[in-house]
Write a new protein. Structure first.
Length: 456
């Protein structure tokens, strides 16, 4: 495969400056991730300003559960990307095609199953989390309509993972930007022009994500020979299915721990009332925006690591990790400074309730002090995952989730911390996860976790 004519949009990350490659890959990935999160923030802001503060809180109350239901599918998408990167790095064209085809079977099956499960469990789970009765109806409507598009989301983002594994982060960015603009236009149409409330906001998201999935698949089949060849035969490969599932289950469980702890934390937040729920929704969406900046860096690290581990160049993979650490440090310093200075102004863009804004601004300043730890976790988890060491990030995320829930209960129950414990707990749990992940990196156990046999 190395001797073949270069395919447009695919980047061989086994050669060249690690820092330049990571920056070149990460820049469009970060832009795409941020635009995606900004449209979610815009969605929330439109609901908050044109439907009301209670509707804003209702959307937030259902948000953690939405990602909980999507966590397994997200993990499978990660697994497809890791396999694709390593096979590409090893020069195994058939392996790349097999990873794409068999990964599609797994991710679409999981997405369909979780969609049905979501429709059956939405109201019981919202009730279990102590969602206030005033928010229950809107929260359930938003969840169900949004999750009706879960198969489209899975198809879109699994294709994104393949493109990124092959070194192409530009096309996913362009599709996300286009989809996000469509989402905002549809939000204005369904929420402002036609006052459809939270149903309209969720419908806008579902339709725009379906459009993104179609565009992504059209591009992949037209531009990438790997996609065309992958589906010339529809026969599943049990060995490749096994590898995909073996990668996907830990990655899915990792996401389950992250979003499950978020849902548990939502239960703690709900006990403080509607104002706290609204403030937590605003800071959670902002933290998600920041996390997706780090995910952009992480996706570059995963692709770089996967290709180089597949090629057998472990020392170069370590060089990439060192470059990623420098990039993460610089980005973290800038983000922390921004939210300490402009925290209140930023929160004021999301909701028109001064009490919520003040509480949210103080909260984001607390968590902003720990952004470096958040970034380190993402970079290290993606490095380990790219190397095939997906079980450790899962264990690490389990520890983070347990500590997050435990600290939240202890700190919010302490009169000295009170409601501030909601935000302190996030920063402390990120720090613990970062320390443990760095320890795993230093031990070098990830060196033995490669998934493919190299040609030649």
């Amino acid at each position: 495969m190395r001797g073949e004519k270069r395919v447009a949009g695919i980047s061989d990350m086994t050669k060249g400056s690690p820092t330049k490659l990571l920056l070149r890959f990460a820049a469009p990935a970060i832009v795409g991730n941020m635009v995606e999160q900004l449209y979610i923030l815009a969605d929330r802001a439109i609901v908050g300003r044109y439907v009301g503060a209670d509707a804003f809180s209702a959307v937030g109350a259902g948000g953690a559960l939405i990602f909980l239901f999507m966590s397994l599918s997200i993990g499978t998408q990660t697994g497809i990307g890791i396999l694709t990167a390593q096979y590409y790095g090893a020069g195994d064209r058939e392996g790349v095609e097999g990873a794409i085809r068999n990964g599609a079977y797994v991710v679409l099956s999981e997405a369909a199953f979780m969609t049905v499960l979501a429709f059956l469990l939405t109201e019981p789970l919202l009730g279990l989390l102590g969602t206030p009765p005033a928010l229950m109806g809107d929260a359930a409507v938003y969840m169900k309509v949004y999750l009706a598009g879960q198969i489209s989301i899975a198809a879109c983002f699994s294709t994104f993972q393949v493109l990124r594994a092959l070194g192409n982060s530009r096309v996913p960015m362009l599709i996300v930007v286009f989809s996000s603009v469509c989402n905002i236009v549809l939000d204005l149409l369904f929420v402002v022009w036609f006052p459809m409330g939270v149903f309209g906001a969720a419908l806008a998201s579902t339709l725009s994500q379906t459009l993104a999935a179609l565009l992504c698949l059209i591009y992949a089949f037209r531009a990438l020979p790997y996609f065309k060849e992958a589906f010339r035969s529809l026969r599943p490969d049990c060995r490749m299915l096994g590898k995909t599932i073996r990668l996907s289950l830990p990655a899915g469980a990792q996401n389950l721990f992250v979003y499950g702890s978020g849902s548990a934390l939502q239960w703690v937040v709900n006990s403080f009332g509607v104002t706290a729920i609204g403030a937590f929704t605003a800071t959670s969406q902002t933290e998600s925006l920041i996390r997706h900046v780090y995910l952009g860096i992480g996706s570059a690290v995963a692709a770089f690591t996967g290709q180089n581990v597949g090629a057998g160049n472990l020392e170069r993979a370590r060089e990439g990790a060192a470059s990623a650490a420098k990039i993460t440090l610089g980005v973290s310093a800038g983000l922390t400074a921004f939210f300490w200075i402009f925290g209140e102004a930023f929160m004021g863009l999301l909701v028109d309730d001064q009490e919520m804004v003040s509480l949210a601004a103080a909260g984001i300043r607390i968590t902003g002090s720990f952004f470096l730890a958040m970034g380190a976790v993402q970079a290290l988890h993606h490095f380990l995952g790219g190397a095939g060491d997906t079980v450790y990030p899962m264990k690490n995320s389990a520890v983070e989730a347990v500590s997050r829930i435990g600290l939240a209960l202890v700190l919010t129950g302490n009169s000295a911390a009170g409601v501030w414990g909601i935000w302190i707990t996030g920063g402390l749990s990120w720090t613990l996860a970062a320390v443990l992940s760095f320890r795993r990196y230093v031990t070098g156990e990830w060196r033995e976790k490669g998934l493919v046999e190299r040609n030649g």
